[in-house]
Design a protein around this ligand. Structure first.
Ligand code: UT7
Length: 394
């Protein structure tokens, strides 16, 4: 019996009753009956609803999905029209192109203006990915939007769903800052692997320009806006592109990178409570986050490589969160990877948070730097603190 089947096995009578003699009370019998009815309903709904094959394992209405694999069928990106060069920023704060380029590798960043929103960027990236995947929006089962800056506090995945016409897809936001896309990619793959979904759209995007303090030279030089997307589609279990992954959080270090809520702290009847709520600007302890990234990125990629039964020599392209060129170089050096094996577009876009990995992937596919069959090492890290990596056969 598969692991998925074991997970939904109706428990034995003894386990249900908790009684040593194994006899059931009337309440026990009702409880077991309810569980069985729920399991039967689950089988019927999914056979009819999605048409995916299910194996009925026993007469006791136990069901298991066929285990599948996922592959990336298409990638897309959306970048705001307006860009700000380092020279532009030197008119706002006491900085200069030389300092920013040397310390970060960034030359410019793009920021939303006019009608541009996270939803519009996410929808544009999604449509491009769907077109390249040759999959209709109506055929999507799930949309995962990795973001920390939705247009609405309740999330923006559903507005993207509406904008692209993905009528039957479940859509939800995933908040894991700059690690969000990598975590979303693993999540989306898991839904395909074991959840009966066929087509999953994973979007990573942020518009942190809304939360940047444009008077703070320590942070305003870093961030830019943008979104990237990829369409995952089901394949056979053997052909699954996700070969290994590793994901972590450490909330004890949360204070190093925050944009906290400030307001009346949940006192609904207090004066002005209805208009006082707001989020602070981004506050970052740059050196601490830098050290954290340099330490954790090689660690997590190594763990993913191990899970994939691979070593650093197997990596064709390192696709890291684009936060600082020095962090990217340090990781590449640790793995002994030459420059041509490292994807970097930080000079053009800066740090687009959850958008950076999918935008980098999309550009690398567009330029031919990433080809079918390549082994990709993805890694994200940032606020939370969170860090995650995945080894992917493209
Ligand atoms: O996506 C989330 C993940 N975030 C990150 O990965 C960010 C990680 N951290 C970093 O990338 C770097 O720490 C920064 C780029 C933010 C800062 O670089 P740094 O080499 O760590 O600089 P620093 O903070 O140690 O500052 C060095 C000096 C200071 O001056 P003094 O005290 O030596 O006189 C700063 O005041 O550089 C000064 N400085 C600047 N000077 C010109 C800081 N920001 C600027 C600036 N322009 N924009």
């Amino acid at each position: 019996m598969s692991a998925a089947a074991r997970a939904v096995v109706v428990p034995s009578r003894r386990a249900v009753t908790g009684r040593d003699d194994g006899r059931m009370t009337r309440v026990d019998r009702q409880h077991l009956g309810r569980r069985r009815r729920r399991a039967s309903a689950f089988v019927a709904r999914d056979v009819g609803g999605r048409g995916r094959s299910l194996s009925v394992v026993t007469n006791a209405a136990v069901a298991a999905f066929d285990v599948a694999g996922a592959r990336i069928a298409g990638v897309g990106k959306a970048i705001p029209e307006k860009s700000l060069t380092n020279d532009d920023l030197s008119e706002l704060v006491d900085t200069n192109d030389e300092w920013i380029a040397t310390r970060t590798g960034i030359r410019k960043r793009h920021v939303i203006t006019g009608d541009e929103t996270l939803t519009s960027l996410g929808a544009k990236a999604a449509m491009q990915a769907l077109e390249r995947a040759n999959i209709a929006a109506e055929d999507l089962d799930l949309i995962i939007l990795a973001t920390s800056s939705p247009d609405d506090i309740f999330g923006s995945a559903c507005t993207i769903q509406a904008a692209i016409g993905a009528k039957k897809a479940l859509a939800f936001d995933l908040t894991a800052a700059c690690s969000g896309f990598v975590i979303g990619l693993v999540n989306g793959t898991q839904f395909i692997r074991s959840g009966g979904y066929k087509n999953v759209l994973v979007i990573g995007g942020d518009v942190l320009s809304r939360y940047v303090d444009w008077r703070d030279r320590a942070t305003c030089i870093l961030f830019g806006d943008g979104a990237g997307a990829c369409v995952l589609t089901a394949t056979t279990a053997d052909a699954c592109s996700l070969r290994g992954f590793d994901m972590h959080s450490d909330g004890t270090q949360n204070h190093h990178l925050i944009a906290q809520y400030v307001g009346d702290n949940g006192k609904p009847m207090s004066e002005g409570a209805s208009n006082n709520g707001a989020f602070c600007n981004i506050s970052m302890s740059g050196q601490d986050v830098f050290k954290f990234a340099v330490r954790t990125v090689p660690m997590t990629v190594n763990k993913s490589l191990k899970a994939a039964n691979m070593s650093a020599e197997d990596i064709d392209k390192l696709v890291l969160h684009q936060a600082n060129q020095r962090i990217i170089d340090s990781a590449a050096q640790r793995f002994g990877l030459s420059e041509d094996k490292v994807v970097s577009n930080i000079a053009e876009y800066g740090n687009t948070s959850a958008g950076s990995v999918p935008i980098a992937l999309c550009e690398a596919v567009e330029t031919g730097a990433v080809k079918e069959g390549d082994i990709l090492a993805f890694a994200g890290f940032g606020a939370g603190l969170t860090w995650a990596s995945a080894i992917w056969k493209f």
